[in-house]
Design a protein around this ligand. Structure first.
Ligand code: 5GP
Length: 124
């Protein structure tokens, strides 16, 4: 899994060294708009703890941190009016999924019809 890089972009946002368009914050979670949105709504939801990926978060985070993240995503989606039309919630994990930032984050995407989850068939 490697070691957590304390200078990754999201760690710097958490420390206030880099700006973000904040949507939500509590003791365990920060949510902000993605800098390169891929849908009318593209929000990143991150734990405040130093976790590299979902693998790391699932293994080491407390039940409170895990619950806080899921509850925050659902509440943000509801507040943005996405619960009725629907939205996508996803986490890229590791190299095959093209995870770019090594601080665990989930993407909340919505505001338009998002189409199929992946553009190619399994195995391609
Ligand atoms: P990943 O590919 O790791 O799942 O997604 C990383 C996401 O972080 C990308 O969607 C990218 O646009 C976003 N991102 C990268 N740097 C920044 C930044 O400095 N600020 C914000 N708000 N988003 C960023």
């Amino acid at each position: 899994m490697g070691t957590y890089d304390p200078n990754n972009i999201f760690a710097r946002i958490l420390r206030g060294e880099l700006p973000c368009r904040k949507l939500f914050e509590d003791d365990h979670v920060l949510a902000f708009h993605d800098i390169h949105p891929q849908a009318p709504v593209h929000v990143l939801v991150i734990p405040k703890g130093a976790y590299i990926s979902l693998d790391d978060f699932g293994a080491r985070a407390s039940d409170i941190e895990i619950a806080a993240l899921f509850r925050a995503v659902a509440a943000i989606a509801r507040d943005l009016g996405l619960d009725a039309p629907g939205y996508r919630f996803m986490a890229n994990t590791g190299a095959d999924a093209h995870q770019e930032v090594p601080h665990f984050h989930v993407h909340l995407l919505g505001g338009r019809k998002l189409g199929p989850m992946l553009s190619r068939k399994a195995g391609e």
